[in-house]
Design a protein around this ligand. Structure first.
Ligand code: SF4
Length: 326
């Protein structure tokens, strides 16, 4: 996929929040959540982003579309335009191209608005349709996401979890975006409903030419939906490859440990589980050298003082950040 196919390009992205002051005279310690992260996203693809909770996945997704108030440095380009350098006003006009689907659709839906009112408001605010045209568009949106048109006058609390996620998806696609960040969109749903929502997202991607950043901690779900997968650890990408390649041939010890925890569907098939010791360190006590070294089962003395770089080793786009491969 060449330059032309690139939709989003992120270089050396760092995201931090202002921490608490230490003592009366002390300065607030910044809490670094994303630590120099670079990747490209190509038109029409799904890039899966996996890692333990607390690794910075959601913060990354939110920073890309300026949700919340973190301090963001580095470069973000969208369709060749450096959006990290533009003001909030200019960014607002671009914002409809980039939407987000949340893990908890209930929390992101206004409980006092019916589905019709909520979608109507979105269409009106973005100057897409109003009046009769909006009513027709809302009916189309409900059809597309598999909801009965009669639900238009229902409130969020009258829907099941899966139906609410369909409403969240309808709201995201209402403005004809190019890029959607799916932040754990099925984690809170029953397994049978998960596959329906994933298949809906796949169908919409095919029909509308959407590009997804799919954030999740469930590696089986990510494998099913993603073209490429990036593995995150403590605010950095430690491995990225095409989905089939990453699952068949993981290189980084952290990826190997994550994959070893997926239950094997073949009855009786044995898989050796790699258990990681210790908890994920917090952003205030980042380990030196390779940040994975305190938990890495194959760490050497060098790992505690030399930081590996994310590098390609086989000319197949598979990149890994580990001193064992340098
Ligand atoms: Fe483990 Fe060392 Fe590789 Fe880090 S650099 S993943 S500590 S072997």
């Amino acid at each position: 996929m060449g330059e032309k196919g690139r939709l989003l390009s992120v270089s050396d992205l760092r995201v931090h929040f202002a921490g608490k002051k230490s003592g009366v005279m002390g300065k607030p310690q910044p809490i670094q959540v994303v630590n120099g992260l670079s990747f490209d996203l190509f038109r029409g693809e799904t890039l899966g982003l996996v890692g333990e909770s607390g690794c910075g996945k959601t913060t990354l997704g939110r920073a890309l579309i300026r949700l919340g108030h973190p301090v963001v440095t580095g470069k973000i380009e969208f369709e060749g335009q450096e959006i990290s350098a533009i003001g909030n006003r200019e960014f607002r006009s671009l914002r409809k191209e980039m939407q987000m689907i949340f893990q908890d659709p209930f929390g992101s839906l206004n409980p006092r608005l019916t589905v019709g009112q909520m979608l109507g408001e979105v269409l009106q605010v973005h100057g897409i349709a109003r009046g009769e045209a909006a009513r027709k568009r809302i009916e189309e949106l409900l059809d597309v996401v598999g909801l009965n048109r009669e639900y238009v006058s229902r409130y969020p609390h009258q829907f099941s979890g899966g139906q609410r996620q369909r409403i969240g998806i309808a709201r995201a696609i209402a403005v004809n975006p190019k890029f959607i960040i799916c932040d754990e969109p099925v984690s809170a749903l029953d397994v049978s409903i998960q596959s329906q929502i994933i298949n809906l997202l796949k169908d919409l991607q095919r029909d509308l030419g959407l590009t997804y950043l799919f954030i999740a901690h469930d590696l089986s779900v990510v494998e099913y939906i993603s073209d490429r997968v990036a593995v995150m650890y403590l605010g950095k990408i430690v491995e990225i490859a095409e989905s089939g390649e990453l699952y068949a041939n993981p290189q980084h010890p952290y990826t190997k440990a994550l994959l070893s925890a997926i239950p094997n569907p073949e009855f009786g098939a044995k898989k050796e589980r790699i258990l990681l010791t210790g908890d994920l360190p917090g952003p205030l006590n980042m380990p030196s050298g390779c940040s994975f070294h305190p938990r890495c089962p194959v760490a050497t003395a060098e790992c505690s003082h030399r930081e590996p770089k994310l590098q390609e080793h086989n000319n197949n786009g598979h990149q890994v950040s580990c001193l064992l491969y340098e």
